[in-house]
Design a protein around this ligand. Structure first.
Ligand code: ATP
Ligand code: MG
Length: 409
């Protein structure tokens, strides 16, 4: 029989990694909580339209990467490729539009059919937040400050790049200028960019194809096409970031790959220049409407947890257990003593057998700090042998004092 392997691009998380994963999410969750965000969880499966409409049919995520299938009832479903549209869908389905602002934090798996490589998987994990009902650029600045704070807590050095996609009139003026520019170079663009030029010209700026790069760097920028309102929004954002002490670079060709963004877009990229974007987001003032709701503005970001794991130097040491060792038929006292120690908050592993040497080896392998040994002699004396496995010292203590000893450890 052949053994099953996990699906390509999907991974098992063994304890060490899984624990680091949880610690990272926990740190971010605590910070998000300080800013008034509360946790929200949505299903992994959604109707395809939840993503295809707001992200755009021509986006990579919907067009090339989304896992879709028809279920047994004939419904077209997608494994969620991102969190934002799903959270907005939940916000609308649960009739939360009257209680604004809505501020949700989430963490969980996302799915994209991409070519797996370091930092890029088919099942990956994001943590992120969405804030619905706030129209001020100060809220964007605060959301970005919160992201910066999370990265700081993880000791990740990253550069913040920001840009403005303006409002709808800014973008349509820009789109025209961009099409005019790229049309003059059409034949020399990559096939993908030629196709994007027809479907969604802004996305040509997202191209990673080498042959496109020289044309990208000379492309017109959106800044000149911003309406006075959009310009004012962006200037206030910059002022707000400065006020909050967040340094940034304006990256005029930053467009992000999804259709739903307006005004603010931003990315944190590793300062080392290695590995892709760690955390990205922006404002989306029309997404709620695109999903059938009233006009409610929104802002959010998401970070790839695998990329955070690659970038953070933080490694929390796992807790070391106490080994409860029974040498001979003393399971009863060993297992009950273990319960007693756990009630005192100690992590306890029980090892039973006949050979003390072998049992102590097991305790070492478990990285135990102390061993509590119960054998024939201890049973006779109603005692326990307490062994300090680091200092290599040991002493007998009365069994009745077990709880007391545990409190002192
Ligand atoms: P990229 O340009 O790297 O493909 P993206 O623009 O598709 O990223 P977003 O949709 O903005 O990514 O998702 C937010 C974050 O999620 C990214 O910045 C990245 O950290 C992470 N991410 C996206 N796709 C993957 C993936 N396939 N595997 C691991 N992490 C991912
Ligand atoms: Mg991508």
């Amino acid at each position: 029989m052949t053994l099953f392997q996990p699906v390509r691009g999907m991974h098992d998380w063994l304890p060490e990694e899984a624990e680091r994963f949880t610690q990272i999410v926990e740190r971010a969750r605590r910070i998000a909580c300080l800013y008034g965000f509360r946790e929200i969880q949505t299903p992994l499966l959604e109707k395809v339209g939840v993503f295809s409409r707001p992200l755009g049919e021509s986006s990579d995520v919907v067009g090339k990467e989304m896992y879709k299938f028809v279920d047994r009832g004939g419904e077209e479903l997608a494994l969620r490729p991102e969190g934002t549209a799903a959270v907005v869908r939940a916000f609308l389905s649960n009739h939360l539009t009257e209680a604004l602002p809505f501020k949700g934090f989430y963490a969980g798996p996302m799915f994209r059919y991409e070519r797996p490589q370091k930092g890029r998987y088919r099942q990956f994990h994001q943590m992120g937040l969405e804030r619905l009902g706030d129209a001020s650029p100060w809220e964007d600045a605060e959301g970005i400050a919160l992201a910066a704070r999370c990265l700081e807590a993880l000791q990740i050095e990253a550069t913040l790049q920001i840009n403005s996609l303006g409002d709808a009139p800014s973008r349509s003026a820009y789109r025209e200028a961009l099409v005019a520019y790229f049309e003059t170079h059409r034949s020399r663009l990559s096939a993908l960019s030629q196709q994007r030029l027809d479907q969604n010209p802004l996305r040509v700026l997202d191209s990673k194809e080498p042959e496109d790069q020289e044309f990208l760097s000379h492309a017109p920028t959106l800044t000149v096409f911003l309406t006075p309102e959009a310009r004012c929004f962006f200037e206030t954002l910059c002022t707000a970031l400065q006020t909050l002490g967040i340094s940034y670079q304006i990256q005029e060709h930053l467009v992000r790959g999804l259709d739903y963004y307006t005004h603010t877009v931003f990315e944190f990229v590793p300062s080392s220049g290695e590995g892709g974007t760690i955390l990205a987001g922006g404002r989306y003032d029309h997404l709620v409407e695109l999903l059938g709701g009233p006009p409610i503005p929104g802002f959010g970001w998401a970070a790839g947890i695998e990329r955070l794991l690659l970038a953070t130097p933080i490694k929390e040491e796992p807790v070391r257990p106490v080994a409860m060792i029974s040498v001979g038929p003393f399971e009863a006292v060993a297992y009950t003593s273990a319960q007693l120690l756990r009630a005192e908050g100690h992590m306890v592993e029980v090892f039973c057998g006949k050979d003390l040497g072998k049992l102590l080896k097991k305790a070492d392998r478990a990285r135990a700090r102390y061993a509590f040994v119960m054998g024939a002699e201890e049973q006779r004396e109603q005692a326990v042998l307490v062994r300090d496995l680091d200092a290599r010292t040991q002493e007998h203590q009365p069994l009745a004092a077990l709880q007391e000893i545990a409190r002192r450890l």
